[in-house]
Design a protein around this ligand. Structure first.
Ligand code: HEM
Ligand SMILES: CC(C)=CCC/C(C)=C/CC/C(C)=C/COP(=O)(O)OP(=O)(O)O
Length: 304
């Protein structure tokens, strides 16, 4: 595996537990873990609480380990971006080797524990998502193509499938629709952010869509992905796989998402633009996913 060229500041402060925690990207991973938990709770079987806890712990460890490996590989990029230059590696608080050992250790432990404590299928999908994030997205696509997050984004869509597979030992239509929802949600989620941190990616030479194809094309793509995302969000209800709680929540949440995405799509950026609609869409994308997965679980448990 090729390692990336690194130019980080000289080590000055030794890493402590906070730096290892930061390597797991806890802000992003709480939603990843939440979608995994909801996938598990929406399944039509009741998993033993100890097994459920173990499976969620494994998803958190796997996602955290993959995030550490992502930062091990791209410490050079992180050092060039305002948003990421304070991370433990570019900040000079940790050796790359430590991040590598931590990332590999957590990832391997998560899969082994999932296999022995839960089941083969959930361990296999967890392995696929870790490899997908680290190898397909981080190492292969991120520096090469503006489609990096469309193809690579599948990594973040696996957790609901993992949760479902942990509870049932199999995969069916509903978790596949949840996979599709997160997969189609990722482009509007990320490109809304990329529009207002465009210069960071340009400085680091990362070919994100607004840098390579421009703002206009990015706004159009946000709109184009939002349409099938809304369809995937409504499908569990439209196909009769969920009840009225999910149906009503999904209509409302997708309606707001559609309106905010349309506002971003139709806009032209002016001088000294504060990018409020883009920031609003990005913030809403996160709340949206928490709420729609929460509604799925409420639907299953309240109407049960
Ligand atoms: C390739 C796909 C994705 C890319 C490139 C991406 C990129 C980003 C970036 C750059 C940020 C802002 C910086 C940060 O807090 O780290 C962010 C924030 C966030 N992302 Fe994503 N994201 C992707 C997929 C996902 C997925 C699948 C989830 C969850 C299911 C997710 C959940 C979040 C959350 C919760 C935040 C806010 C973090 C906080 O408040 O600290 N993202 N994303
Ligand atoms: C179970 C399992 C392995 C789940 C993986 C979850 C996953 C792939 C999440 C992707 C979200 C994420 C951290 C994107 C950041 O992109 P980036 O790395 O380009 O962001 P950066 O610029 O902040 O480093």
């Amino acid at each position: 595996m090729a390692s990336s060229p690194v130019s980080v500041s000289a080590l000055h402060v030794p890493a402590d537990w906070r730096d290892f925690l930061a390597l797991t990207k806890p802000g992003v991973m709480r939603l990843v873990v939440f979608t995994g938990l909801c996938g598990m709770l929406a399944a039509p079987t009741q998993i033993h609480p100890v097994l459920a806890f173990t499976a969620i712990l494994c998803i958190a460890m796997g996602a955290g380990g993959a995030a550490a490996l992502n930062q091990w590989y791209e410490a050079d990029l992180d050092a060039k971006m305002k948003r990421t230059r304070g991370r433990p590696l570019p900040g000079g608080r940790m050796e790359r080797q430590s991040a590598l050992h931590f990332g590999v250790g957590l990832s391997v432990a998560s899969v082994v524990l999932m296999y022995f404590a839960v089941n083969l299928l959930s361990a296999a999908i967890l392995t696929a998502s870790i490899l997908y994030y680290v190898v397909v997205y981080t190492i292969w696509l991120k520096r090469r193509t503006p489609q990096n997050i469309v193809i690579g984004g599948a990594a973040g869509a696996f957790p609901p499938l993992i949760g479902w597979a942990a509870a049932t030992g199999q995969v069916s239509l509903l978790p596949v629709l949840l996979f599709a929802l997160v997969f189609l949600w990722t482009p509007p989620h990320f490109w809304a952010l990329a529009l207002f941190v465009k210069s960071d990616y340009a400085n680091a030479g990362v070919p994100m869509l607004p840098v390579v194809a421009g703002e206009r094309a990015t706004r159009t793509q946000i709109g184009l992905y939002t349409v099938p995302m809304i369809a995937a969000g409504l499908a569990p209800w439209a196909l009769g796989l969920t009840g009225a709680i999910y149906g009503v929540a999904s209509l409302l949440l997708n309606g707001v998402f559609g309106a905010l995405a349309l506002a971003v799509m139709l806009r032209k950026t002016g001088e000294n633009d504060t990018m409020k609609p883009e920031k609003r869409l990005f913030a809403w994308s996160i709340l949206y996913l928490f709420l729609i997965f929460g509604a799925l679980v409420a639907d299953r448990w309240v109407l049960a």
